[in-house]
Design a protein around this ligand. Sequence first.
Ligand SMILES: Cc1cc2nc3c(=O)[nH]c(=O)nc-3n(C[C@H](O)[C@H](O)[C@H](O)COP(=O)(O)OP(=O)(O)OC[C@H]3O[C@@H](n4cnc5c(N)ncnc54)[C@H](O)[C@@H]3O)c2cc1C
Length: 375
Amino acid sequence: MTSSTSDFLIVGGGVVGLSIAYELAHHDVSVRVIDRQEIGREASWAGAGILPPANRATATHPYDHLCGFATELHAPWAAALAEETGIDTGYRKCGGIYLARSPGESAALVGQVAEWREQGITVKRLTPDELAALEPGLATVETNGRRYSAYLVPEESQLRNPLHLKALQSACRQRHVDLIPHADAAQCVVSQGRLQTVVTSRGEFSAGKICLASGAWSRLLLEKLNIATGILPIRGQMVLLRCSQPPFRHILNQGPRYLVPREDGLVLIGSTEEEVGFDKHTTDEAIAELRGFAADLVPSLATAQVEQSWAGLRPGSFDGFPYLGKIPGLENAYVAAGHFRSGLFLSPATAVVMSELMRGTPPSIDLDAFRVGRG
Ligand SMILES: Cc1cc2nc3c(=O)[nH]c(=O)nc-3n(C[C@H](O)[C@H](O)[C@H](O)COP(=O)(O)OP(=O)(O)OC[C@H]3O[C@@H](n4cnc5c(N)ncnc54)[C@H](O)[C@@H]3O)c2cc1C
C-alpha cells in the first residue's frame, strides 16, 4: 500500500474541507484533501446556498461572531475566486423576503425580526401592497385566502453551490493542493498521542496536522478515535424547477421552507428535515409537498418543469453549533464539522479560524463554544 505525507491533511472534500485547504494553501505549506468519492458531491453540492445576514460588530455569542465573520468574508472570497479561476460562483446580494402565514409562523418571525434589529441588521416590514409591488408573482390574500406578514431583509445573499465548489477546487489546484477523490478513510492509526496515519482505499496518508471535515459522516470517524460527538445526518430534500425567466427576484422564506431564484430561471425549492440515517433517497410525498408549497406561494410555479430533485445529508449537531477545534488527547488532530443548515454560509469563517488554529496562530474568534467534548 502506498504511503505519502504532507504538512496538512484534510479528510473530506466538501465546502468545509475545501475552504480550509484553500485558506491553508495561502501560507506556503503542503496541503492534501482526501474524499471517499468525487470531491464536493455531498451536502455541499446539495444545499441551496442561502447566506443569511449577520453582523460581527454587534455579535455577543461566539456563534454570532462566526456568522458575522462569514458575512464579511463572502464577498471578498467570491471576488478572489473569480479572479483566480475565472469562475463566477453566483454570489449575489439578492435580498430575502420572510413570510409568515400562520399564527405560529408569525410569532417565530416576530422573534427573529427583533433579534435581527438588535444585531443592527436592516429589516423592513412590508405592507401587502409593498409586497405585491416587490414580487408581483406571489400569491395574494385574494388568490389563496391566507394572511401574510412579510419582512424584507435586503442583505440576504446567495451563491450557487456547484459553481462555488468548482471554483474552490480549481483555486486549490492552482495553489498546489493535492485533491484525492475515491480515498475512503477507513482506519485511523494513533500512537504516541498523535494521529499518525489515515488508512484509505487509495493508500496511507500521514501529515503534520490532520483535520476531519467529513460532514455528516464525521461522527463515524471520530468514534474510531473513541471520541463521542452529537453529529448526526439530517436529510434535506430539494426540487429544482426550470422557468423561462426568473418568476421572482428575492429568496422567499417561510418557516423552514424556501424558494431560491437563480438568474437563469432555475428555482430551488427546499427543504425537509428528516432523521433517516444515511439514506439519501427522495420520497414522492416530500417532493409533492415541496411542489405544493412552491405553487401555493408563487402560482405560476405549478406548471413549471421539474429539472431535478435530490436529497443531501446535513451534518446536524446536538446543540446546532459546529465542532471546531482540536481532538482531545491527540496533539495533531482537529475537527471542523456539524454545520447543519449553515455550512455553506459559515465555510469561509470556519476556514480562517481552523487555518489559524492549525498553524498555531490564535484564532480570530474564541472557539471554546465549539470545542469537541462540550456537553
Ligand atoms: C438540502 C440542503 C439545503 C441546504 N441549504 C443550505 C443553505 O442554503 N445555506 C447553507 O449555508 N447551508 C445549507 N445546507 C447545509 C450545508 O450544505 C452543509 O452544512 C455543508 O455542506 C456541510 O459541509 P461539509 O463540508 O461539512 O459536508 P459535506 O459537503 O457533506 O462534505 C463531507 C465530505 O466528507 C466526505 N467523507 C465522509 N466520510 C469520509 C471518509 N470516511 N473518508 C473520506 N471522505 C469522507 C464525503 O464524501 C463528503 O464529500 C444545506 C444542506 C442541505 C442538505
